[in-house]
Design a protein. Sequence first.
Lengths: 254, 133
Amino acid sequence: MDEWPDPAVDYMQAIVDTKLILGHRYGQWALAGPSLEDDIGGASASQEEIGHVRQLASRLQAQGRDLEWIHGDRDATEFANAACLDSIDGEWPTYMASTAPADRAAWYLLDAIAIEDLQGMLTKMGEDEYFHLEYHDARLETLAESAPDTIQAALETTLPQALSFIGPATYDEETDPVFTSGFTDRSVAEIREAFIAHYTDLFEGTAVSLDGVDFDAPDPDTWDEARRRVGGGSISEADLRQLRGTENKLFEIN
Amino acid sequence: MSTSHADTGAADTDTRATDSEFIQRRRTEATALESELWDVLDEIPDPHIPVSLVEMAMIYDVTERDGQVTVEMSYPCMGCPAYGFIENDIKSGLRVVDGVAAVDIDVVWDPVWTKDMLTSDVREKMRNSGISL
């Protein structure tokens, strides 16, 4: 498939934006972890996400997207990142409950891509993501013991946001335009089921209850297909300046 | 062992203990100029590890047509912080070779780089430098 259909380009753009902001958040929190291992893990994950963005952005460029636009030369409201990454207000447990669902959702969307000439690249990304997701799950399990109320409250916000990033439950094999175009090998509905089942199993038997999570989100009538979210919102102007390196440019030696 | 490819214009290519089978197959098909380019690349060190880019099996192929060189390569780590440095080293190293007009780098992920691409001799060099695999 040399020329991707428009919904597939938007699908990949949302993955790239999520990875770009994930890399940014990991970097921002890489010195804030409760242990040196957490900090090293965060720095490593940041580096890998930015590496993934570098490769995926070149594929989007081949589909007509401008590389500088992809890397941040645009308004904040043009980013299609998972909404749970827009801002992280809280401490380390909130950060974990925000980044983990976004990272897992982004991987599930990538893993569903069926385009043959992307498979080697996706395999390589999967090698990195295996460690991200294992680390997140292990950390969420320990935090479910030490900070269950914070984790539960955060997940009630972030899991529906991650589900909105994946897409509406009504996008099944008949109606999901990315699946019906042949770009993916499973529908949004199937990806959602795997995502929900994973977190249901992960927290089963812990002090964290997911009874308050809206697993039906998003409302398909208000869902923004391009930004893969509902209700607007965006990263901040400060985030944008950091992504663009605006302040760093002040130190450039000409 | 040396294999002559005089009839096809390909270079004499020694089988090197530090080249993986995958790399050896690619180098065997090289022309004389391409073989020279492989040798230049074999002098460029990996920035993190005391072996060359060729020994690291990061260089998948080198082709030259009318002075236009294309280096097909991959990376062990997709988030390699030295990504740009390595590409600069390759371009600056090859551009000065007689017969080279321009150098393109094509980063590929098929086959996916794995540690299995490292020969036992390269592994030994790395172990001697304190790097475990």
